[in-house]
Design a protein. Sequence first.
Length: 322
Amino acid sequence: MQETLSTTRHHDNLTQIIQSYYQLTKPRIILLLLITTAGGMWIAAEGQVDPVLLLITLVSGAFASGAANTVNCLYDRDIDYIMERTRHRPLPSGRVQPLHALIFAIALAVTSFTLLTVFANLLAACLAMSGIVFYVLIYTHWLKRHSTWNIVIGGAAGAIPPLVGWAAVTGDLSWGAWVLFAIIFFWTPPHFWALAVLIRDDYAKVGVPMLPVIEGNEVTARQIFYYTLALIPVTLLLVYPLHVMGAVYAAIALLLGGIFVQKAWQLMQAPSDLQVARSVFKYSIFYLMLLCAGMGLDSLPVTHQLTAILGENLQSWVSALP
């Protein structure tokens, strides 16, 4: 009782209440999801996105992701209390009550669905809701505590936001959208397994079968390298055969992918080196952000014009050769 009373005193003002509910949504995770959503919209709109639609889709996506993350916090509050890294989150610390968290998650989901249905289209709204369902039921409930495939299969939930962005612009899902889905799907295991290596002991303490806990760091490092290696050709599918992206994106994707593979190789050579694992984890975040930035840059009309001019000049120069 004393612990409950001491924690409720944290909510003496509205700012602290808002902060607790904000923390429930895991905002750092949401940021990456919104970047991929914007990337999907930018490509689908060929670099000319309606700013109002962009804003509403990103806000809706943040609400949908926040709802999924809040339910995840609700479901995992028992193991969050055991792990030192998560013990001070709003639910295990007692700053937010479970019922209130559930109501908050439902409100976020309903708001997200309504905004996307009204301002975008029903397909985008349904995709956002499918992301919530997949993350909560497939990853959180079914896989996370029962299988080392939790990150591989569960990663599909994090790959849905670019589909939402694409559908919000076009009203359908073409092959380009599904390649974006595949990029996030292959990116997720190297990203999350690198983190799992860092906090392996915490997962072992609560019995969550993350790959480093069950198979060890060496197997995990090899899997990180294989998925990173496979990621490069997947990113280039947007260039060929789909021709959705051009030379600027191709150069960026190859450069970023090469660095990613190099870091994954270094981890495979020293799988127990936490500094190397931390480097892989941090770079994976920058990789995804910069790759999406490259998509946006390549899709701009001015980039198309400059590329066309350079191509014509190169062709003229080649034709003038003896």
